[in-house]
Ligand binder design. Sequence first.
Ligand code: CLF
Ligand code: SF4
Length: 293
Amino acid sequence: QMGELLATQQAKIETHPCYSKQAHQYARIHLPVAPACNIQCNYCNRKFDCSNESRPGVVSKLMSPAEAVARYQKVKMRIPETRVVGIAGPGDPLANPKSTIATLKAVAALQHELHLCVSTNGLNLLDHVDDLKAVGVDHLTITINCIDADIGSKIYPWVYFNHKRLRGRVAAQTLIDRQLAGLKAAADLGMLVKINTVLIPGINDHHVAAVAQEVKRLGAMLHNVMPLIAEAEHGTYFGLMGQRSPTESEIAAAREAAGQSMEQMSHCQQCRADAVGKLGQDCHADLDDDGSS
Ligand code: CLF
Ligand code: SF4
């Protein structure tokens, strides 16, 4: 029983290009069905995609669930290696639970050999983790940048929770508590939970090892320390305040520190919310015959 379970988990890792570098022959598609967000990150500019996964400055075309499924089917014909359908923005998938779940359900109903994948800031995860599991999501990413509210208050100016806009330490603590509880619930349901941490020099760079330790304890299986992209022209608060991106050696040091407790991902492409194809070989342009995006 146990051996079978592990073999199934292993197969799910080995056929997902983000979870395994060796799975690079498989492709993923992101369906941009989630416009709203329920928190504000200082590295995000709302005119663009969620920067928890994507590089800032990218604008993805928003789709309805029906358009998104049609997009998937078209892409699957052109790129049969497509093995993962992910929802990663342009806002937070779980701040838009109706479109996210409807899209996942419709894709699942096609009964293709596929992984369903969701990337979230985690604020609403606890409320939706059972629905995600029921529809067949086994790959889940939560962006956790810190587990300390003093650090969090420098990253998140506000969090919208229970019909209230929270600020300061309370906002950060609420987000952190919900992220960690959501992580534990997802891991307990058997999901393969990956954690993204945006590395922000001077703010959370000394803290990634503590994050890694805590998420390991709660059941996460992979950690992706992603560099902050801080160029001022993206109009993010951090960019305007002169916050810089980490250097290559700072990224390596952070991954080394976090790597003491968590397996590290180092091949992330910081994909856009409507990414298509194999990692590092995106191919939107030739897919959009209609010339719309
Ligand atoms: Fe997409 Fe994210 Fe799923 Fe991958 S991307 S929702 S886990 S299918 Fe992958 Fe892209 Fe990095 Fe994300 S390379 S940004 S880690
Ligand atoms: Fe932006 Fe994503 Fe943060 Fe929401 S969770 S503010 S969309 S980076």
